[in-house]
Design a protein around this ligand. Structure first.
Ligand SMILES: *Cc1c(COP(=O)(O)O)cnc(C)c1O
Length: 366
């Protein structure tokens, strides 16, 4: 059983993917070739924003966004401690301080009600993470940001394709950043990412920062990075985009089926998806009290599992002294002890899913 089945996806899309790659090998424009612009136009249209800037990874996307906003030493960025390290890493990399605010246990996203109290005179941005594939309470977060004059950057690495009140993840705040790491909802065959905005000035700044701060060749107006997406990865993403709508629909169908099958098992708690949004289930994650026992039992039943994430970032040596903590972060600690991610991909068939659910039911402890 695969945790994420990329092989079946490649078998289905092989003619389109191979043809797209061959085209790049023939034209030879491996850096910022024509596929880059084509991809950026398609992705911007999909998300319904004016600008998409493709970049080397999701981490690079977040870093470039912070650099474009001029965030640096002395500044603070509010985020969640219950996320992949990259979210806080980029804040520390630009010399700013990550400020950790607790999550809620209904969706494991940042608790918008706790953000306002965390804002200081040094706060420059709020970086909510759309964990497990659905947006946080973005209307509330955007309203706070507007009132306090700070910018919202969505870390949408796990949620590309999700809807929030009819708008796409990545297009629900001033800047949205996603990742095309192979196992993400839209993955390439290496590292990749993209930044989305409808702010023309920020888009221009981020385009320049992506290529060493160049406004034109060998004219460096700002400090930048080598942060481009490879043309071959853009070509692969263009081939995969043809089937992405169906894959998102399959993820939602399979996620809903997991929820229906698991919701009445005592001792299993589900991530809730409010009616005004969808989750693309970048991870399908449940919470249980007997996590270690459950992992052993599932693995014994040949069900691969993962833990996203076992240690909240305020407990990580790299960030413990480089962050500011607001409140007890108790729910992040509980989540870190209780979460298990189950196999999730658009090709998970019902018999396999039934087997997974049966193994969970057999080992759930109330
Ligand atoms: C994957 C991920 C990233 C980083 O993306 P990369 O493309 O691997 O650099 C950032 N934030 C979150 C929440 C992620 O899941």
């Amino acid at each position: 059983m695969e945790f994420i089945d990329l092989k079946t996806q490649y078998r289905m899309l092989k003619p389109a993917v191979d043809k797209r790659i061959a085209t790049v090998l023939d034209h030879g424009r491996f850096i910022l070739g024509p596929e880059i612009l084509e991809l950026e136009e398609e992705l911007a249209a999909y998300v319904s924003v004016d600008h998409c800037i493709s970049v080397a990874s999701g981490t690079e996307a977040l870093l470039i966004a912070l650099m474009a906003l001029g965030i640096g030493p002395g500044d603070e960025v509010i985020t969640t401690p219950f996320t992949f390290a990259a979210t806080a890493e980029v804040i520390a990399l630009v010399g700013a301080t990550p400020v950790f605010v607790d999550i809620n246990l209904t969706d494991c996203n940042i608790d918008a009600a706790l953000i306002e109290a965390a804002i200081s005179s040094a706060t420059k941005a709020i970086m909510p993470v759309s964990l497990y594939g659905q947006c946080a309470d973005m209307d509330a977060i955007n309203a706070i940001a507007e009132r306090r004059g700070v910018t919202v950057i969505e870390d949408a690495a796990q949620s590309f394709g999700a809807l929030y009140k009819g708008r796409r993840s990545c297009g629900v705040s001033t800047i949205g950043c996603t990742s095309f790491f192979p196992s993400k909802p839209l993955g390439c065959y290496g590292d990749g990412g993209a930044i989305f905005t409808s702010d023309a000035g920020l888009a221009q700044a981020m385009r320049e920062i992506r290529i060493h701060g160049q406004s034109k060749r060998y004219q460096h107006d700002r400090v930048g990075v080598g942060g481009r997406l490879d043309t071959i990865q853009a070509a692969i993403l263009l081939a995969k985009l043809g089937n992405f709508g169906e894959e998102v629909a399959a993820r939602i169908r399979i996620g809903n089926r997991y929820c229906e099958l698991l919701e009445n098992i005592p001792g299993v708690r589900l991530i809730q998806v409010p009616a005004d949004r969808t989750s693309v289930w970048g991870q399908f994650t449940i919470l249980v009290d007997n996590r270690d026992e459950m992992i052993d039992a599932l693995n014994a039943a040949a069900v691969p599992t993962a833990v996203h994430y076992p240690i909240p970032l305020h407990r990580q040596p790299a960030y413990a002294d480089r962050s500011r903590v607001v409140g007890s972060l108790e729910l992040s600690e509980i989540a870190a002890r209780q979460v298990i991610s189950l196999p999730m991909h658009p090709f998970l068939d019902t018999a396999v899913q039934d087997h997974i659910v049966e193994a969970i039911a057999k080992n759930a402890r109330n």
